[in-house]
Write a protein that binds this ligand. Structure first.
Ligand code: PLP
Length: 440
């Protein structure tokens, strides 16, 4: 008798069947996106130029965006609950930002010189963020973190950097499941998030050589796992005791209040990195902090560090940032969006619990991640039993109903998302959860 592997596989569960059906409907409804993906594959490895945008079987291809909506080339409209992985906090093409960028471009670009809007944007950010006395701009959050680490090493004359499992600070500074072959080769000390004991032990062993602790106040790409306040306070104290710099990566969390997560927490780092939405959705990154640290970039006070970047002060981003901060992102707008996110997360969790499906939503304010586990989620270990099929089902069911979230379950509300949208999303999730509860 020959061995037939198909006879040896476990029978499909109702969850498998539901995922397969939702995925197949997705494929059937998007022939134009499928054809574009085939075409892209021939000239772009993976069919894209930003790895996170790929998902199996192929991503829908966007034709245009406006307000809170995206339209794909197959004629579907989606309420955008992903907001470009947080860079789209302002929604699509906010008028004040569009006007400011247009005016800036009409005055000329690629100036090869300094201009006025970069000073205005720097002033606005220095005003908002307690920890930032001086600031410099980059083209991405990744670059901002690279520069923050470089200045920390230089300032302290030390060689090691404390980072956290499951942390993400850019494509070349990432500490997920396995060590990334594209990471920059710094001398990392990998500790456990929300576990002060692990950081204490690292300082005990290497204290004199630790230049900095780099931490997200909430691990964003790692699944929206918020830090506890005692953990962050403990990091502040350890850095003070050992003469290391505390760097808050607020690329995602800066939206939590006008002064970022640090304002809500009442903890002031030495250096802060920013990115994503602060130029209204255009290319942006920034790092800033204590004047005595940032002065290393100031040749007039003996600073010897260079900071290059052809597009660091590009006129469109600088003008867009000024408009975003002065005309759109008022404290009230940020607080409303934060509160709406808190309500959505609470209602999702109530829905999962009521239906008895093993899912939960974690996060803070307008940023959240749905997981295929009941939680609670305090560290990456708590996600080890997360069942990806629940996230797949949620993803395809939401797309079918006209809502776009990340395939990994990540949601980043923009200021355009309404309470009615939240009601509609919860209704879809409730229906899905009830169906699954009925089959189990
Ligand atoms: N830091 C954090 C916390 C992020 O979430 C990200 C991007 O998702 C980055 C840094 C990198 O920013 P960018 O993609 O602009 O390089």
């Amino acid at each position: 008798m020959t061995f037939d592997p198909s006879l040896d596989t476990a029978p499909a569960t109702p969850l498998d069947t539901a995922v397969d059906a939702a995925r197949q409907r997705y494929v059937d409804d998007r022939p134009v996106s499928a054809a574009w993906s085939d075409r892209a594959q021939r000239v772009q490895p993976g069919g894209n130029t930003r790895s996170v945008l790929y998902f199996d079987p192929f991503p829908f291809r966007v034709e245009r965006a406006e307000g809170r909506y995206l339209w794909d080339v197959d004629g579907h409209r989606y309420v955008d609950l992903l907001g470009n992985y947080t860079a789209g906090l302002l929604g699509h093409s906010p008028q004040p930002v569009l006007d400011a960028a247009r005016i800036a471009l009409e005055s000329g670009w690629s100036l090869g010189s300094v201009h006025t809007n970069e000073v205005r944007l720097a002033e606005l950010l220095v005003d908002r963020f307690e920890s930032i006395q001086q600031i410099r701009f980059t083209n991405s959050g990744t670059e901002a973190n690279l520069m923050a680490l470089a200045v920390a090493l230089h300032h302290t004359g030390r060689g090691k950097i404390v980072v956290f499992r499951n942390g993400y600070h850019g494509g070349v500074i990432t500490f997920g499941d396995a060590s990334s072959p594209v990471n920059v080769p710094h001398d990392w000390l990998l500790c456990d998030y929300n576990d002060l004991g692990s950081v204490d032990a690292a300082f005990d062993e290497h204290g004199d050589d630790v230049a900095a602790v780099l931490v997200e106040p909430m691990q964003g790409s790692g699944g929206c796992v918020p830090a506890t306040t005692p953990f962050l306070t403990g990091l502040r104290n350890l850095c003070d005791r050992h003469g290391a710099l505390l760097i808050f990566d607020e690329v995602m969390t800066s939206r939590f209040s006008p002064g970022g997560a640090q304002q809500l927490l009442g903890i002031t780092p030495d250096v802060t990195t920013l990115g994503k939405y602060l130029a209204g959705g255009l290319t942006f990154g920034a790092f800033g902090g204590r004047a005595d640290v940032m002065r290393h970039f100031d040749p007039t006070s003996g600073g010897t560090l260079g900071h290059a970047g052809t597009f660091n002060n590009n006129v469109a981003s600088m003008a867009a940032g000024v408009a975003a901060l002065t005309e759109v992102l008022t404290p009230e707008v940020l607080a409303d969006t934060h509160a709406r996110g808190d309500r959505l997360r609470t209602r999702l969790n109530e829905t999962f619990t009521a239906a008895g499906v093993p899912m939960c939503a974690t996060g803070t304010g307008s940023l959240m991640n749905v997981h295929g586990t009941t939680g609670p989620v305090v560290t990456a270990d708590d996600l080890s039993d997360s069942d990806d099929r629940w996230k797949a089902l949620l993803f395809f069911r939401l797309l079918e109903a006209g809502f776009y979230i990340a395939r990994r379950g990540f949601i980043a509300l923009s200021i355009e998302i309404t309470d009615d949208d939240i009601d509609d999303v919860v209704a879809v999730v409730r229906e899905m959860a009830a169906e699954m509860a009925a089959t189990s």
